[in-house]
Design a protein around this ligand. Structure first.
Ligand SMILES: [Zn+2]
Length: 150
């Protein structure tokens, strides 16, 4: 169900200057204490990161692992998009604001637990539960949706 919802969205590729075909599917990769359940898009520090879809920016969060992060819902508020390891936020973004596909939200970096010499966008998608909690959902593999993104 979640995958069909995601497939029906026409995503904008979130990182400027990167070809969608170059993204590797590392969703099922192991990490020291969890499955990755996201994709890493490698790009130089400071590369613009853009909203993949229309929808509300629900949370700006600075976490130990993810560093500077953005949580955005899709227009139906059934999906959450998660952007992590940002170097900084775009000027003027704030929680609760409406984002449009392609809006600048921040810049590629290595904040949180990313390697300093390997800046990248860690991008994940979650299927939200009925409570629509930004921090909780079922991970969906965004690989196909990103490969089809423009
Ligand atoms: Zn990652």
């Amino acid at each position: 169900m979640g995958q069909a919802l995601l497939a029906a969205r026409s995503l904008r590729f979130p990182v400027d200057g990167v070809r969608p075909e170059s993204v590797r599917d590392t969703f099922a990769d192991g990490r020291p204490d969890h499955r990755h359940e996201a994709l890493d898009i490698m790009a130089p520090r400071g590369t613009p990161v853009r909203a993949v879809d229309d929808g509300r920016l629900v949370k700006l969060f600075d976490s130990r692992h993810g560093g500077l992060t953005v949580y955005q819902f899709d227009p139906s508020e059934q999906l959450a998009y998660y952007y992590a390891h940002l170097d900084g936020y775009a000027a003027g973004i704030r929680e609760g604001m409406q984002l449009w596909r392609g809006d600048l939200i921040g810049y590629v970096g290595s904040s949180g637990n990313a390697a300093r010499d390997a800046p990248h966008l860690h991008f994940a998608v979650f299927l939200l539960g009925p409570e629509k909690q930004w921090w909780k959902g079922t991970p969906l593999n965004p690989y196909s949706a990103l490969r089809a993104a423009r």
